[in-house]
Design a protein around this ligand. Structure first.
Ligand code: TRP
Ligand code: ZN
Length: 869
C-alpha cells in the first residue's frame, strides 16, 4: 500500500489471471546481511487473453538485481516497476521469466515474508507475504508446483526445510550446504514456506487408512525438545479423526511442524511444513495449563485439517477467506467435541462468539463473513470470518443432518480438488448433494450484523395448541442499512411441568420476517427451550420469567440451553442491579437467585465442567455489550458485588467442594480431570472474593504445592487482584522459577496486566522495562499490552483516559515495526461510541491522534478511519 493513499479492493472487480504458472523454481542464498532469491517461473497466457496483455507481478520492498525473459536480459522499456509490483510487456504466450532479488530478513520486523526468529530463518506468506520475497503473481488463484533450493552456512543453519519432499542435498566448498525440496501438489504462493536454522526434531510415524506410511516431525530449538509430545500425539489424533469423520487422508510422505517464538498469529498451514507459534506447540504439566493443552490439540488439528480445506481446495481470492477458515474452524471444533465434552466445547465457543464476534458485528468494522471490500486483507482475519464463518458451516449441518453434510463435503472435494474456488461453490455442493434449495442461505455470506429473533408464545388450553410467533430483524451495518431475512435454523423443544420434552428437538426453518409455528396435542402450557445448542448465530429474545429460567437451568435436556438459561438469569439480574447502582439506590440479591447458584454448586449429579461453566457470570465485556451506554467501572462493581455476595452466602458449600475436589497424583489433561480442576478453581475464585487471610494463605498454598500449571495459575490469578503479602510472594516465586522460560513468563506478564488493583497501569508500564519484555515479540505484546487493553476493562477504561493514552502510544510504537500487530492492538478503541460520554470522547480523541500520525501503516489506517466515519 502506498503511504497516505489508502485504496479499497472490491470483490466485484475480481478478474481471472491472464497468465498461469506451469512451474516455479526458487533458489535462496541465505546470508548474514541479506538474502539473494532467484526465481525462475514458466508463464502461460490463458486462452482468449489478448497478446499485448502485460504480465502482472506483485512485489514489495524488493531490491531487483536481475531480470531475464527467455534467457535474455530485459531492457528498461520492456517492464515497469512500482511500489507494489512489476509489469512485463510484450511477453510471448509461453515464456520463462528469471528474476533475482535481494531482501533483508534480519531487518524484517513485520514477521511477514522471510524473517529471522531466534536466529533462524522462517517465512510467513499468507496472505500476501510472498511478494516480499520475489516478484510473482501472488494471488491464491494462481497455483503451481514449487521447487525450492536453499543454500546456507552449515554450522549456523544445519536444518534446511521447505514444502514437499527432499530431493537433494549436499555440501558446498565454502562451509555452506544446500538442500532441494519439491512439492508435487499445485499450490498458491501463500502456502509456500522455508525454514533454515539450528533445530532439533522429534519424529513419529502414522499409517494412513490406505496403508501409506507418513513421517511426522516437530522441529524446535533444543531446549524445548522435551515439550513436543502432546503436539505429536494431537497430530496423530487429528489424522485419524479426519479419516473417520470425513474420509480424508494425508497426501505427502512427510508432515513437518516448526515451532517459532516470533509469530503474528497462531499457526500456518503451509503445505507439508506448518509453522507454529511456539505457545501452540510446547506443553508439559509444569508449564502449560489445561487450556493450553486443549488449544494445542485444537490448533494442531486446525492446521492439519487445512490440508484438505484450504490447500487441496483453496480460495479463488481473499474475499473467500471464510471458505477455508470458517470450514476449518468448524472441523477443529468438531474434532475437539468428538474427543472431549461436546457441550463444554459448545459453551466455550459460543461464549467466545458472543463476547468477541457479536461485538465486532456491532462495531464500525462489522463485515459479512465474505466481505465485499477491504483495504488491508490482514485486517480481515477476524472472529467474523473465522468463528461466525464456522457457525455458518455448522448451520448447513443442522439443516441437512450429519449425513447430508458429509454428502455435501464429498461432492465439494469431488468437484473442486486442486482448484481455487468461491464460497458459492461450497454452497452449491451442499445444495446439490442434498437436492436442497439453499439459495436464501447465501445471505449469511453477504450481510453483516447479528440477526435478532424475537419469540412470543400462545397457548390455547382448550385446543391443546401451542403457537410460537417469530420475528427476525438485523441491525444496520456499514455495508447495508436494510437486510433481507435470513434462513435461520432454530432448534427448539417444549418442556412440561415436570421438565419432560413434549416434542423432542425440532429444527424450525425461519425464512420470513414474521412466522408462526403451531404444535398440537400439547396438554399443558409448556416452557419453551429455544435455539438449542445455539443452532444459529443470532440473539434470541423471549420474555422468560425468572422462574422459567431457573426451571430451564434445572430441567432442559439440552445442556447448552441449561447453561444459557443461567446466563440469561445472571444478565437480567446484573442489568437490574446496574440500574439501581446508577440511581444510587441500595441493592441486594434475591434469595431465589442465590439458591439457583447453590443448586448448581451442590448438585453432584451434574457434570463438573458444566457446573464450572454455569457458575461463571457473563464477562464485563459481555455486560458492556448489553448495558449501553457502558460504564465499565459500574459494571465491574456490580459484577464483583454479585460474586462477593454469592461467595459469602455459599462459603461453606464452596469450601466443602474445594476440599473434595483436591487431587493428587499424576497430571492428565483428559476431560474428566480438566472438569474437576475447573470446578475446584472456580470455587477458589469465588472464595477469593472474601477478604480473609486464611483464604489468601490457601491460595498461596495451592500455588506452591501445585503439581501442574493449571492449579498454579488459578491460584496466582486469584491472588493477582488482592492486595496481600501472599500476592507478592507468589508473583516473585513465579518470576524466579520461570525467568529462564520466556513462553511461561508470558503468563506472568498477562496476570499482572489483568489485575483489578488500583496501580495496574503503573505496573504494566514498569513491566515494559523488564528484561524479558520485547515489543518486537508479538506474544509479549499480546500478554502485556493486549491483556491490559482487551481483558482489563476496569483499568483500560479508567475515567481519566490514562489507559487509552497508554494504548495509543504503544500502537504508534508498534506500527513502525509490525503493522499487523499494531492493527490488532488498536481495536479496543474501535467501539468508542458504545461508552458513556466522557470515555467516548477520550477514546475518540486518541483515535484522531493516531489518524494524524504521519507514516501510519495501511493496516492501522483502515481500522482507525473506519472507526471515525
Ligand atoms: N491461515 C492461518 C490459520 O490457520 C492464519 C495465519 C497464520 C495468518 N499466520 C498468519 C494470517 C499471518 C495472516 C497473517 O488460520
Ligand atoms: Zn486457519
Amino acid at each position: 500500500m502506498k503511504e497516505g493513499q489508502p485504496t479499497t479492493i472490491y470483490l466485484q472487480d475480481y478478474a481471472a489471471p491472464a497468465y498461469r504458472v506451469d512451474a516455479v523454481s526458487l533458489v535462496f542464498e541465505l546470508g548474514e546481511a541479506s538474502t539473494r532469491v532467484t526465481s525462475v517461473a514458466n508463464y502461460r497466457r490463458e486462452p482468449g487473453v489478448a497478446a499485448d496483455t502485460p504480465l502482472e507481478l506483485y512485489g514489495e520492498a524488493l531490491e531487483l538485481l536481475e531480470v531475464r525473459l527467455n534467457g535474455l536480459p530485459l531492457s528498461e522499456t520492456d517492464y515497469s516497476i512500482s511500489d507494489t509490483g512489476m509489469s512485463v510487456h510484450n511477453v510471448s504466450a509461453l515464456c520463462t521469466l528469471e528474476i533475482v532479488t535481494r531482501i533483508y530478513p534480519q531487518k524484517n520486523t513485520s514477521l511477514e515474508g522471510l524473517y529471522q526468529t531466534s536466529g533462524n530463518f522462517c517465512t510467513q506468506c499468507e496472505a500476501q507475504g510472498f511478494r516480499k520475497i520475489t516478484y510473482y503473481p501472488d494471488r491464491p488463484d494462481v497455483m503451481t508446483v514449487f521447487t525450492t533450493q536453499i543454500l546456507a552456512d552449515k554450522q549456523k543453519y544445519p536444518v534446511l526445510l521447505s514444502n514437499g519432499n527432499l530431493t537433494g542435498s549436499g555440501d558446498l566448498p565454502d562451509g555452506r550446504h544446500w538442500a532441494r525440496w519439491e512439492d508435487p501438489f499445485h499450490k498458491p504462493a501463500y502456502l509456500f514456506a522455508l525454514v533454515a536454522g539450528n533445530l532439533q526434531h522429534v519424529e513419529d510415524h502414522y499409517t494412513t487408512l490406505s496403508g501409506r506410511d507418513v513421517t511426522l516431525r516437530i522441529y524446535t530449538e533444543a531446549h524445548n525438545i522435551d515439550k513436543c509430545d502432546h503436539a505429536m500425539q494431537s497430530l496423530k489424533r487429528a489424522m485419524s479423526w479426519d479419516e473417520q469423520r470425513f474420509g480424508l487422508e494425508y497426501d505427502l510422505d512427510i508432515y513437518m511442524v516448526v515451532a517459532v517464538d516470533d509469530f503474528n498469529m497462531g499457526a500456518m498451514e503451509n503445505k507439508g511444513l506448518n509453522v507454529f507459534n511456539s505457545k501452540l506447540v510446547f506443553a508439559s504439566p509444569a508449564t502449560a495449563t489445561d487450556m493450553d493443552y486443549v488449544n494445542i490439540e485444537a490448533v494442531i488439528g486446525h492446521e492439519y485439517f487445512h490440508n484438505w480445506t484450504g490447500n487441496r481446495v483453496t480460495c479463488r481470492d481473499w474475499f473467500q477467506l471464510s471458505l477455508k477458515e470458517g470450514l476449518t474452524v468448524f472441523r477443529d471444533q468438531e474434532f475437539t467435541s468428538d474427543l472431549h465434552s461436546r457441550p463444554v466445547k459448545r459453551i466455550e465457543d459460543v461464549r467466545a462468539l458472543r463476547t468477541f464476534q457479536f461485538a465486532e458485528d456491532a462495531s464500525p468494522m462489522a463485515h459479512p463473513i465474505r466481505p465485499a471490500s477491504y483495504m488491508e486483507i490482514n485486517n480481515f482475519y477476524t472472529v467474523t470470518v473465522y468463528e461466525k464463518g464456522a457457525e455458518v458451516v455448522r448451520m448447513y449441518q443442522t439443516l441437512l443432518g450429519r449425513d447430508g453434510f458429509r454428502k455435501g463435503m464429498d461432492l465439494y472435494f469431488e468437484r473442486h480438488d486442486g482448484q481455487a474456488v468461491a464460497t458459492e461453490n461450497f454452497l452449491a455442493a451442499m445444495a446439490d448433494a442434498n437436492e436442497a434449495d439453499l439459495s436464501q442461505f447465501q445471505r449469511w455470506y453477504d450481510q453483516a450484523g447479528t440477526p435478532q429473533v424475537a419469540v412470543r408464545m400462545d397457548y390455547d388450553a382448550a385446543a391443546q395448541r401451542c403457537t410460537l410467533h417469530f420475528s427476525q430483524s438485523c441491525p444496520a451495518t456499514p455495508e447495508a442499512d436494510n437486510k433481507l431475512p435470513f434462513l435461520i435454523p432454530v432448534a427448539i423443544g417444549l418442556l412440561d411441568g415436570k421438565g419432560q420434552d413434549l416434542i423432542g428437538t425440532q429444527v424450525l426453518r425461519l425464512t420470513d420476517t414474521e412466522q408462526s409455528f403451531t404444535f398440537d396435542k400439547v396438554p399443558e402450557q409448556p416452557v419453551p427451550s429455544l435455539l438449542r445448542d445455539f443452532s444459529a448465530p443470532v440473539k434470541l429474545n423471549f420474555p422468560y420469567a425468572e422462574a422459567d429460567l431457573v426451571f430451564l437451568m434445572k430441567h432442559d435436556s439440552d445442556a447448552f440451553n441449561r447453561w444459557d438459561a443461567g446466563q440469561r438469569l445472571a444478565m437480567q439480574t446484573i442489568l437490574t442491579l446496574l440500574a439501581a447502582h446508577q440511581q444510587q439506590e441500595a441493592f441486594g440479591l434475591e434469595h431465589d437467585f442465590i439458591s439457583a447458584y447453590q443448586a448448581i454448586l451442590t448438585d453432584d449429579a451434574l457434570d463438573r465442567a458444566l457446573r464450572a461453566a454455569a457458575l461463571q457470570l457473563p464477562s464485563e465485556a459481555d455486560i458492556a455489550e448489553v448495558a449501553r451506554p457502558s460504564d465499565p467501572e459500574a459494571i465491574h462493581a456490580v459484577r464483583e458485588f454479585i460474586y462477593t455476595t454469592l461467595a459469602k452466602a455459599l462459603r461453606l458449600d464452596l469450601e466443602r467442594l474445594y476440599a473434595e475436589l483436591h487431587e493428587e497424583g499424576e497430571y492428565s489433561p483428559d476431560a474428566t480431570s480438566i472438569g474437576r480442576r475447573s470446578l475446584k478453581n472456580v470455587c477458589l475464585a469465588y472464595l477469593g472474593r472474601i477478604q480473609d487471610d486464611g483464604i489468601h494463605e490457601a491460595c498461596l498454598q495451592q500455588y506452591l504445592a501445585a503439581g501442574n500449571m493449571t492449579d498454579a495459575m488459578a491460584a496466582l490469578a486469584v491472588l493477582s487482584s488482592i492486595e496481600c503479602p501472599q500476592r507478592e510472594q507468589a508473583l516473585q516465586h513465579f518470576h524466579d522459577r520461570w525467568q529462564h522460560d520466556s513462553l511461561v513468563m508470558d503468563k506472568w506478564f498477562a496476570l499482572q496486566a489483568t489485575s483489578s488493583l488500583p496501580d495496574t497501569l503503573q505496573q504494566v508500564q514498569a513491566l515494559m522495562q523488564h528484561k524479558l519484555f520485547d515489543m518486537r515479540n508479538p506474544n509479549k505484546v499480546r500478554a502485556l499490552v493486549g491483556s491490559f487493553a482487551m481483558r482489563n476493562p476496569l483499568h483500560f477504561h479508567a475515567q481519566d483516559g490514562s489507559g487509552y493514552a497508554f494504548l495509543t502510544e504503544r500502537v504508534l510504537e508498534l506500527d513502525a515495526m509490525n503493522p499487523q500487530i499494531a492493527s490488532r492492538m488498536v481495536r479496543p478503541l474501535m467501539n468508542w461510541r458504545q461508552y458513556e460520554p466522557v470515555r467516548s470522547a477520550l477514546m475518540k480523541a486518541q483515535l484522531e491522534r493516531i489518524q494524524a500520525h504521519s507514516g501510519l501503516s495501511g493496516d492501522v489506517n483502515e481500522i482507525v478511519s473506519k472507526s471515525l466515519v
